[in-house]
Design a protein around this ligand. Sequence first.
Ligand SMILES: [Zn+2]
Length: 144
Amino acid sequence: MHSSITDKGLSQLLQAATDLVARRLPTGEAVAAAILTQSHQIYTGIWIDAALDAAALCAETGPICEAHRTNEVVLASVCVMRESTNGDIQVVPACGICQERLSYWGMDLVVGIPGTKIDGVCDFLPLSALRPHYWRDVLPKKLP
Ligand SMILES: [Zn+2]
């Protein structure tokens, strides 16, 4: 994990995602994400549902685009969901597509998973642990 990331910082990141659920999606099913950049900026986003499932967007999509727009380096990402209004907030590991998008910033980037270390509900693992047989590892280190 990057040396500038602290458990307190990861807790604030998790809180940013859960706060967004409370503020923007107070009822029903909800999914929100937050990413932490090297300059300690936190970007948040919500899932975009669509009638056609293939048109839906993961909650990480907006924050990832924002990090590219501002030329920030992403160090950590977390996604949370609630299945119904009275349901508990659960940490959801980034899906395979979001893991691929996040790998732009390297396999040391950490992603929230269900656990206990952060606020009793979340741990963080590097992408390299989530993807031990990453497809790009068989290619030369520098791509054109
Ligand atoms: Zn995703």
